[in-house]
Design a protein around this ligand. Sequence first.
Ligand SMILES: Nc1nc2c(ncn2[C@@H]2O[C@H](COP(=O)(O)OP(=O)(O)OP(=O)(O)O)[C@@H](O)[C@H]2O)c(=O)[nH]1
Ligand SMILES: [Mg+2]
Length: 360
Amino acid sequence: MRVGIVGLPNVGKSTVFNSLTRAGAEAQNYPFTTIDPNLGVAAVPDERVDALAEVMRSKRTVFATVDFVDIAGLVRGASAGEGLGNKFLGHIRECDAVAHVVRCFVDENVVHVHGDVDPEGDIETIQTELLLADLASVERRQERVGRAAKGGDARLRAEATELEKLRDHLSGGGPARAYPASETLAEAMSTLITAKPTLYVANVDEESVAEGNSYSSQVGKLAAREGAEAVRISAKLEAEVVELPREEAVEYLAMLGVETTGFEEFVRCAYRLLGLVTFFTSAEKESRAWTLQEGSTVRQAAGRIHTDMERGFIAAEVGDWEDIVDAGSWAKAREEAKVRLEGRDYVVEDGDTVLVRFNV
Ligand SMILES: Nc1nc2c(ncn2[C@@H]2O[C@H](COP(=O)(O)OP(=O)(O)OP(=O)(O)O)[C@@H](O)[C@H]2O)c(=O)[nH]1
Ligand SMILES: [Mg+2]
């Protein structure tokens, strides 16, 4: 999974990026600190795989990962060439989801490029720029498809007609994700930024992490209205916490009244948005978390682990991670009837621990 981070300049995008990836990108108190995009990988913290690794005495613990792209801030008029961000939107087009960082912290020492802290106005500015960028890309495609459709190809003609309707929808201010999905537009849609699932990240002061503030509740309401998700994090706090060992981090966060790091919440939301589930494999060699599209069968899950396992799939032993941890081993779990033998069409659920039987 790849997530692109967007937002106004100087709102904390790179600080968020660093707290997620520990990549150490430059984050400074002036707009347009980031010019060239930062790329980083974050391991998804998951206490379930930690618990499995512990009881199985696994030599290795492997977490699922998420790729992040942090680009230059967007400003009003970006689509017309203002600022820098627009040049880098291509990187966001290649992502599966968009994280939109919104400034919800008050700090008079940190410049806000459009004046005051104003989540609603900021979101509107960014949305408009993203819409305009999508509009331009649809128009470019219209030209190309229109020219090609002159050859008489029925599929291209159908796409040209659909593109015209999509263009009207975008110019009316509607994001592409609100436009009905269709086979004809699938390729065009895959490059549109406003078609991607969006997660708002309300960047609050550390005092507001537990309860939120009036700004973050504005973001929450806006997200709810458009069926998007919102998470509240304090990028500055996260960037500090990420330097600490996990237990100390948890303790420190508990002192501030929060149970998980903002990142954990962020990933949970992103998984929900993208319809992803996690399953586990666990043995002495390693315990590992795997990401899978919701609704996938256990045979497809086996294919994530190794193509041979999918090809030679016979059956899989499946148990809920918590039952496996309670039992302490596969043998014990079998004895206690905590695992079931499932065939190829079994649909994997979040939290399933899987042992594949295969033969090639
Ligand atoms: N007080 C406070 N300052 C923050 C917070 N998050 C980020 N900052 C500060 O805001 C400034 C900008 O942070 P960056 O992460 O560089 O922001 P950016 O959005 O990547 O900025 P550009 O790359 O210039 O677009 C830095 O001085 C950060 O320390 C926060 O939660 N509270
Ligand atoms: Mg930056």
